[in-house]
Design a protein around this ligand. Structure first.
Ligand SMILES: C[S@@+](CC[C@H](N)C(=O)[O-])C[C@H]1O[C@@H](n2cnc3c(N)ncnc32)[C@H](O)[C@@H]1O
Length: 216
């Protein structure tokens, strides 16, 4: 794993995420995110960047489909776990993924550009988020795509457990604002709902899905 510069201690920073990952052997489902699958299944594999890769399910799924993946996360605990899952999946998957530990609020995407940049459920404060989305948009190759999926602010009205910080939540314009005018086609800018049961309570969850293609 490549080591980037250290992150500043912060409420939702490295220590928070390492503790969260240490709280269980596996905190996510191990399955790739459904919007990633739905939106990218038909794409020709190339170079992909998975931002906030967590335990690596998306990176593994992409690699198994032939993508060469760079997967970045702030949490070394998550990345160690993700790398172990990749090793279990075999060389064909493991050799297609580079794990990179970095705080993306203080980082620039590696070059050369990517055919797919995917961001699944990353919730940053507005300023670092705007800067990150601008950097990520700039890192997409002509003809390539940016896919951002996030918990929509409507979730804050439903009682579903979310961090108590409304500024971390955003709508599609937070993503599309990062796209230079005339250079992109926005293919999807939706709020999608699904039913989710936690314990004995069912919630309607709202996912923001933004998918944009850079013109070739
Ligand atoms: C809600 S989890 C989503 C994980 C994965 N994308 C998924 O959908 O299963 C958010 C992820 O973003 C990572 N993250 C949060 N802040 C970050 C930052 N500043 N730099 C890099 N990664 C960060 C966390 O460690 C965590 O793995």
């Amino acid at each position: 794993m490549t080591q980037e510069h250290d992150s500043r201690p912060d409420e939702w920073g490295e220590e928070y995420w390492n503790e969260k990952y240490r709280s269980g052997d596996r905190i996510w489902s191990g399955r790739p995110n459904r919007h990633l699958v739905a939106e990218t299944e038909g794409l020709v594999p190339g170079r992909a960047l998975d931002v906030g890769a967590g335990e690596g399910a998306d990176a593994l799924w992409l690699a198994a489909r032939g993508w060469q993946v760079t997967a970045v996360d702030i949490s070394s605990v998550a990345l160690d776990r993700a790398a172990a899952h990749a090793a279990e999946a075999g060389e064909g998957v493991e050799n297609r993924i580079t794990w990179l530990r970095a705080d993306v609020t203080r980082w620039s995407p590696p070059k050369p550009p990517f055919d797919l940049v995917t961001v699944q459920f990353m919730h940053l404060y507005p300023n670092p988020r705007a800067r990150l989305f601008a950097d990520l948009a700039a890192s997409v190759a002509p003809g390539g795509e940016l896919l951002v999926v996030a918990h929509h602010p409507k979730d804050l009205e439903t009682g579903v457990p979310r961090p108590p910080a409304p500024e971390l939540f955003y709508e599609g314009d937070a993503v599309t604002a990062a796209l230079s005018e005339g250079e992109w086609d926005v293919l999807v800018d939706d709020v999608r709902t699904a039913e989710q049961t936690l314990g004995e309570t069912s919630y309607t969850v709202h996912d923001l899905v933004v998918r944009a293609r850079r013109r070739g």
